[in-house]
Design a protein around this ligand. Structure first.
Ligand code: GLU
Length: 304
């Protein structure tokens, strides 16, 4: 398979799409990101990696961080987390309050905001510093100690994230948040503000393609079974309300973020991260989705 050629073809193909879509300006600090950016990195389980475009430029991973926090919570608490979080697509926007009232404060899944707030709460109950733990974890996964929180982005969200504040307090009222909502929110906003490149994120997500094991040390980070659970949730809940369209077009489990990143994995083969900040009406990267669709089409590799 000529991966460099395939990435090159994709890069040419997406050019007319760059500049389309809308950046996530509801977080003011993200409003300034140039629309025409595009990067893509593929990390294979045999150690090879390929990239193109702005693949080494850090971007705001936003909800892609929910993959890493869920992995940590699974490590720490195992199946007990499912007493507090569901495993079904929500069919409502990622920041919706409505369903929670009917469902007694149990979030539909760990990839909507309120689900990730419960995940962060679980990490905080087991460890004192959910912020630093997640930063250390992601730096280790990506083998890059330079990965950092973008404090301006975290502050920007803290100043405008009224809905997330409402969600945190709402589940607290149902007894599904054990720590101080302000501390959980601070950690959550920081996790979302992580600045990583496509190269970082592809490396960091590789354990999911590698049966839960780290490539370099062969350490079993989570069990094979837990890695399966996370990928199943990515496939069914990882792309906001466009999860069906993404599965149809791309055919890989993925997790997107409003920063314009999408991390997807092909079990036993590779992890791939694409970034382009122009979002479609579902909140997923417009050029990024097109690039991943082309990638699975041109390689002929997808889970289906
Ligand atoms: N920090 C963002 C929020 O809570 C994450 C949204 C996303 O990427 O889905 O609104």
């Amino acid at each position: 398979m000529n991966y460099p050629q395939i990435l090159d073809d994709i890069f040419q193909h997406v050019q007319p799409l760059l500049g389309q879509g809308k950046v996530a300006d509801y977080i003011p600090e993200l409003a300034h990101i140039p629309l025409h950016k595009f990067g893509m990195a593929v990390q294979m389980v045999d150690g090879r990696s390929f990239h193109i475009g702005d693949a080494d430029e850090p971007f705001s991973i936003q909800s892609m961080s929910k993959l890493f926090t869920l992995t940590l919570a699974m490590q720490l608490a195992g199946d007990a987390i499912w007493q507090r979080i569901g495993r079904e697509p929500s069919g409502t926007p990622f920041n919706s309050l409505v369903q929670l009232e009917y469902e007694n404060g149990i979030p539909r899944n760990p990839f909507i905001n309120v689900g990730a707030l419960v995940v962060t709460d679980i990490i905080l109950t087991h460890l004192n510093d959910a912020r630093q733990t997640v930063l250390d974890f992601v730096q280790m996964l990506a083998a890059n100690p330079a990965i950092h929180f973008d404090e301006a982005v975290a502050r920007s969200e803290a100043e405008t994230g009224f809905r997330n504040v409402a969600l945190a307090n709402f589940i607290k009222s149902f007894g599904n948040m054990h720590n101080d909502p302000a501390i959980v929110l601070d950690a959550y906003f920081h996790h979302c503000s992580l600045a990583m490149s496509c190269l970082d994120a592809a490396r960091a997500g590789l354990f999911l393609a590698n049966e839960g094991r780290l490539l370099k040390s062969n350490e079993q980070l989570i069990t094979h079974r837990q890695a399966k659970y996370i990928k199943s949730l990515m496939l069914t809940c990882g792309l906001y309300d466009a999860v069906g369209d993404f599965a149809y077009r791309v055919g890989l489990p993925g997790k997107s973020g409003v920063g314009g990143g999408i991390l997807a994995v092909m079990p036993g083969h590779f992890s791939v991260c694409v970034w382009s900040p122009g979002l479609n009406e579902s909140g997923n990267s417009l050029a990024g989705t097109a690039a991943l669709e082309l990638f699975t089409t041109l390689t002929g590799i997808s889970i289906f």
